[in-house]
Ligand binder design. Structure first.
Ligand code: ATP
Ligand code: MG
Length: 555
C-alpha cells in the first residue's frame, strides 16, 4: 500500500533538496540556541520542535547551545531550567555547548578581520555612532576612526581585552560600507567593553562579542548546516554570510521562519520577567504564564505541546494563533489519558431518605471510558451526598434534565434518584434536597426499566475529602498584545485566577500525583499543584471541558 505522503513545510523541502544534492555530505545538523536570560516559553517550544524535529526526520543531530554573550542578564538558574524543559518536551541534544566556550576563537576571528583591514576600533560614544548611521534612504557618515592602521587597531583591540578602557569607551566595528542599503551592514558593532562577571567565564573577559558576531561564528565552529531562526533576523542574514565569507570558515546557512505569536498573553522574556519581578504572577512557573514550566504546572503534557507545534505549522509570514488552539490540543490529549473522577465544586446536600442510615456500598466505576486498559476504581456511596448546586432548580426550566421537584436523574455509576422535597433557610436559599433512590437501578445491573436523560456527578459526604481548586483563565483581556507594547499590564485579566478554597472530591484522590492529570467529570481537567501539603490538596484547572470562549464570541 502506498504510504500517504504528508506535504513538506518549506524548511523540510530545503533540507530534502540539500540532502539530495549531497550538500555537506548529505549531513544535517541543527541547533537550538537559547539565551539563558529567562525561562523558555511556548514560542521556544516551536523552535525546539522544529530544530530537533528536522534533525530527527533526516537522520541528523541537534546541539543545545547557550547563547551566553551578555553577562549582565544571564544566569545558571536559567541554564538549568532550559535543560529541564527541553528534556521534558521529549528531546535530547547531541552536545551541550556554550557560546562563551568559544570566546577565544571568536576573539581570534576579530583579530583576523582586523588583519584583513575589515574591522576597526572606534572611540566614539554609542549615541554618536547611532547618529552617523543614516536612515534607509540617507547614507551614513564614516567614523573619523575608520581609517586607523591595522597595527593601531590590533594594539587598541588587545588593550580593550586587557581592560585598559572603561565600558563604552571603545568598540570594535566591522568595516563594510556606510552607504549600504541594509542598515545592518553599515559598519556594525562586533565587540563592546563590559566589565561584568559572566556566569561561566567569571572575570576573564571584559569585552564581549555582539549577537551578530557570535551567532554565525558559533554555528560555523559547530559545523551547523541549517541555522534556523525567526523572521526578524532575515535582515541580519547578509551580515551572517559576510562574516563567514570574509573569515573563510564553515559555511553554515541561516533560514528564517515566522515566530509563534499567541493570543491573550505576552511572550517576550523581558515582559515575562516583569510579571515575575513585580509579583503579578507567583513565579516563572505560575500556571498562567506561557512558559514551559507554567504550562507543565498547569497540567499540560509534553505531547499536547508537541501536537500544538505540529498543528500550527511552519510559515514564512507572521500571524497570531488563538490560545484556544493550545487548549484544544491539551483537551484532545488528556481525553485519552486522564482518569475520570468526581469532584463537587459548589456543593448542595442531598439526603436519600429511603437509603439505610449508616450503610456504605462501594461502587465500581470505570476510570476512563476512552481507555479500556485503565480499569475501575471503587467509590463509596451513602445516604448523604453532595451534588453541584447548579444541578438543582427549584422551578426547573424546560429541558432541564437534572434535579427539581419530581424530576429524576442518574447519579454517575450509582442509582437513579428522584427529588421529592427541598429545605430552605430563612434567607430563602435551598440548603438541602430530599430524594428517594430506585434500588434496582444500580448502574450496570439496572432492571428498573426507567429511562432518565441526565447523569450527574456526586460525592458521599462522609467519605469525601476536601481540596482547594485554582481555576485559571487568559492572562490578558486583549487578543493581540503586540498592539500595546509595554502597556500590556493595563490589560491584565482580573479573573485570570479564581480560587475555590474548599471543594469536595472523591476519596480516591488522596492518591493524586503531581504531573498526573485527572478529569473532574463535567468540570474540566485538573492536576495536583506542587503547593499541596500533607493536609491540603490543591488542584489546578488545566482547561475546562468545553471552549467557553468560543461560545462568548458567537453570542
Ligand atoms: P524573547 O524575545 O522571548 O526573549 P528570544 O528570541 O530573545 O525570545 P532566545 O533565547 O534568543 O529568545 O531564543 C532561542 C531561540 O528560540 C531562537 O532561535 C529564537 O528565534 C527562538 N524563538 C524565540 N521566541 C520564539 C517564538 N515566539 N516563536 C518561535 N521561535 C522563537
Ligand atoms: Mg534573543
Amino acid at each position: 500500500m502506498a504510504e500517504e505522503k504528508k506535504s513538506l513545510n518549506f524548511l523540510e523541502q530545503i533540507v530534502e533538496d540539500d540532502i539530495k544534492a549531497g550538500k555537506n555530505g548529505g549531513r544535517i545538523h541543527t541547533r537550538f540556541p537559547p539565551e539563558p536570560n529567562g525561562y523558555l516559553h511556548i514560542g521556544h517550544a516551536k523552535s525546539i520542535c522544529l530544530n530537533f524535529g528536522l534533525a530527527d526526520n533526516y537522520g541528523g543531530q541537534t546541539n543545545l547551545r547557550f547563547d551566553d554573550t551578555n553577562p549582565v542578564t544571564e544566569d545558571t538558574e536559567y541554564v538549568e531550567s532550559i535543560k529541564a524543559d527541553v528534556r521534558w518536551l521529549g528531546f535530547e541534544w547531541e552536545n551541550e555547548l556554550y557560546a562563551s566556550d568559544y570566546f577565544d576563537q571568536i576573539y581570534d576571528f576579530a583579530v583576523t578581520l582586523i588583519k584583513k583591514g575589515l574591522a576597526y576600533v572606534d572611540d566614539q560614544a554609542s549615541d554618536m555612532i547611532a547618529a552617523q548611521k543614516g536612515s534607509p534612504t540617507v547614507p551614513g557618515e564614516e567614523s573619523p576612526f575608520r581609517y586607523r592602521t591595522i597595527e593601531e587597531n590590533l594594539d587598541l583591540f588587545e588593550r580593550m581585552k586587557a581592560g585598559e578602557f572603561a565600558d563604552g569607551e571603545k568598540v570594535l566595528r566591522a568595516k563594510i560600507a556606510m552607504d549600504h542599503p541594509n542598515m545592518h551592514m553599515r559598519d556594525p558593532l562586533i565587540y563592546r567593553i563590559k566589565h561584568a562577571t559572566h556566569h561561566r567565564t567569571g572575570n576573564k573577559w571584559c569585552i564581549y562579542p555582539m549577537y551578530d558576531f557570535a551567532h554565525g561564528q558559533c554555528d560555523s565552529i559547530e559545523e551547523i548546516t541549517h541555522s534556523v531562526c525567526t523572521l526578524e533576523f532575515d535582515v541580519h542574514r547578509p551580515l551572517y554570510d559576510w562574516f563567514i565569507e570574509k573569515l573563510g570558515i564553515f559555511p553554515s546557512k541561516q533560514y528564517e521562519f515566522a515566530r509563534l505569536n499567541l493570543s491573550h498573553t505576552v511572550m517576550s522574556k523581558r515582559r515575562l520577567l516583569q510579571l515575575v519581578n513585580e509579583k503579578i504572577v507567583s513565579g516563572w512557573d505560575d500556571p498562567r504564564m506561557p512558559t514551559i514550566s507554567g504550562l507543565r504546572r498547569r497540567g499540560f503534557t509534553p505531547a499536547s505541546i508537541r501536537n500544538f507545534c505540529e498543528k500550527i505549522g511552519i510559515a514564512k509570514r507572521d500571524n497570531l494563533i488563538d490560545v484556544g488552539v493550545l487548549d484544544f490540543c491539551v483537551r484532545e490529549d488528556l481525553n485519552k489519558s486522564a482518569a475520570r473522577v468526581m469532584a463537587v465544586l459548589d456543593p448542595l446536600k442531598v439526603v436519600i431518605t429511603n437509603y439505610p442510615e449508616g450503610q456504605t456500598e462501594l461502587l465500581s466505576i470505570e476510570n476512563n471510558p476512552e481507555d479500556i486498559e485503565s480499569g475501575k476504581r471503587e467509590v463509596p456511596f451513602s445516604r448523604e451526598l453532595y451534588i453541584e448546586r447548579e444541578d438543582f432548580m427549584e422551578v426547573p426550566a424546560k429541558k432541564f434534565f437534572r434535579l427539581g421537584p419530581g424530576l429524576m436523574v442518574r447519579l454517575k455509576g450509582a442509582y437513579i434518584i428522584q427529588c421529592d422535597d427541598f429545605v430552605k433557610d430563612a434567607a430563602g436559599n435551598v440548603t438541602e434536597i430530599h430524594c428517594s433512590y430506585v434500588p434496582n437501578s444500580r448502574s450496570g445491573e439496572d432492571t428498573s426499566g426507567l429511562n432518565v436523560k441526565g447523569v450527574i456527578h456526586w460525592v458521599s459526604i462522609e467519605h469525601a475529602i476536601t481540596a482547594e481548586v485554582r481555576n485559571y483563565d487568559r492572562l490578558l483581556i486583549i487578543e493581540d498584545s503586540s498592539q500595546v507594547g509595554d502597556q500590556f499590564k493595563k490589560f491584565l485579566n482580573p479573573e485570570s485566577l479564581t480560587v475555590i478554597p474548599q471543594v469536595f472530591v472523591e476519596p480516591s484522590l488522596k492518591d493524586a500525583e503531581i504531573g498526573k492529570s485527572v478529569q473532574f467529570m463535567r468540570k474540566g481537567y485538573y492536576c495536583l499543584d506542587p503547593d499541596t501539603t500533607a493536609d491540603k490538596l490543591i488542584f489546578n484547572r488545566t482547561v475546562s471541558l468545553k471552549d467557553t470562549w468560543a461560545k462568548e464570541k458567537n453570542k
